[in-house]
Design a binder for this molecule. Sequence first.
Ligand code: SAM
Length: 285
Amino acid sequence: GSRPAPARVGQAETENSGRPEADAHPAQEFGHDPLTVRDTDHYTSEYVRGFVEKWDELIDWKKRYESEGSFFVDLLRSYGAKSVLDVATGTGFHSVRLVEEGFDTVSVDGSAEMLAKAFENGLDHGGHILRVVHADWRWLSKDVPGQFDAVVCLGNSFTHLFSERDRRKALAEFYAVLKPDGILVIDQRNYDAILDGEFSGEHTYYYCGEEVTAEPEYVDEGLARFRYRFPDDSQYHLNMFPLRKDYLRRLLREVGFQRVETYGDFQETFRADDPDFLVHVAEKS
Ligand code: SAM
């Protein structure tokens, strides 16, 4: 299939400018050839404050609640889950929802910036005090004591891991912090559809309304580079690993999960035939 043109360097990015990290609003830095950035550890520098704040300002949490419905909450309840570890807290959307629904929730993220924002959002959305833990998935059990009925890794987060070794390590850690009959709920974009060329042209990836578009700018089997555009014409990127559905299902089984169920879309999107998102539910025993 035809590939989109290489990255355009937009307003919100700079080439390696050598500016100090302590900048109040650092730009994203992908260097002179963004397509070579295929590194698990890069995620912390992709979620710069400007991006995170714009995202949260435009993605109306109420609308997101509505479009996601009660899918995850119902799912967790159907398994009788009471304690939940949200390993991809981000700005806190799922954590806050879980706390509101009465789940005993601990919120993890590898980005301190994200956790700070999540904590603030918890207070702003109902005065909740989130229990946050700064940890990388690959060393999760070292930082998070105890075991949980469920681990959730939502919002297309697992895609940040670029090597199979990191993926296996992270999944093994998720497995370890689950109680014997616990479940892992992990979602992903439908990268098969994107890799197999169905994204070219008509498909517009609006995200929760028409204010933010999130579209694949470049893909190959080892990289999906997405561009996020905002109404003020600023744009940001994320470099992600395009997980194929059956590959992730296989990994889940190989690290020890006994049953893996995969669901199609849970949220309303502007899509053609294929779901934009997939949700895997993996049972420990
Ligand atoms: N679940 C939230 C949502 O849907 O709004 C946030 C999703 S955000 C796309 C992905 C989050 O995963 C980021 O906050 C990022 O810092 C975190 N993350 C990515 N790789 C990680 C890792 N190896 N360890 C811990 N957190 C990681």
